[in-house]
Design a protein around this ligand. Sequence first.
Ligand code: SF4
Length: 346
Amino acid sequence: MKGRVVLSGMRPTGKLHFGNMVGALSSWIKLQSDSTTRCFYMVADWHALTTDYQDTSIVEDNIEDMVLDWLAAGLDPKKSVIFRQSWVPEHAEFALLLSMITPLSWLERNPTYKEQVTELKDKEISTHGFLGYPVLQAADILLYQASHVPVGEDQLPHLELTREIARRFNFLYKKPVLVEPSALLSKSPKVLGTDARKMSKSYDNCVYISEPESSLKKKINSMFTDPHKVRADDPGHPKPCPENPTGCVVFSLHDILEVDRNAFRDREERCRDGRLGCAACKKDLLETMTLSLKPVREKREVLIKEKNIVSEILIEGSRTAQLVAQETMNQVLDAIHFKKPIGMFP
Ligand code: SF4
């Protein structure tokens, strides 16, 4: 494969929210337009089991919803390989082999592991699968010889672990089989949810990218602004400051969406000196967000009528992905001196 190879994935948690759209998804869409980059985008359904193994009944619906959102937002199966992890069983085979060479201490020092075991108390995630998910993640990336992985800064330790595992494999078996991926650092804006905490499904504070207009209006009207700005002409504190520690959610969304930066600075000034009231400011945001989300929602409505579109795309993408995965597995098995008779397996 020539040029850059990019691998990224999302756990299927259902409909995507605005934070997903301006974060990972928008960078995926940009990457797929670069003719020197081959993009693999994965529905990480096995990863969903690392924390939510008890009730799996929702996984299929979540996959459908998430992939519909990917397509509606602009991910194009003609430009990207869109596939489902569990339909390429080489991920499991490779993860098993990599788990043999990964020291336990590398996994135990993973800050996310410790954090999540404490945070997700109700989920009983002190499991082999959860401790080992970074190995599965390494397998996902290394299987496609990905040269680049789009990540946020918080995910850099995970990518470093993948690089360490690749180095260890190449060193142990004295063959430079695995490519050490580099980070494509994305500067995604931090998107606040309606309550001024980070936008997240677990906080129930999301604006979804397929949000109907009527509920979009309700959500914007309920957004946290500035408790000190009671009347329209009170001076406001739009940015985080001692008077308004989280800052105004409406303002932060204008910041993400407003292309005209002079107009944005003017909004800040008018808020601060009491020339702009929150009701008018929310009305402006409703207009801007409607403009941004409407095409996505409309495209989704068309796609949803095309029966089986998601499964057809995932079947086709998984077939393509598997060809690449098998090529890597052949090199891996060769490096560890394991034989796989040609023609014995599909
Ligand atoms: S006027 Fe706008 S920016 Fe200022 S506090 Fe109200 S909603 Fe926020």
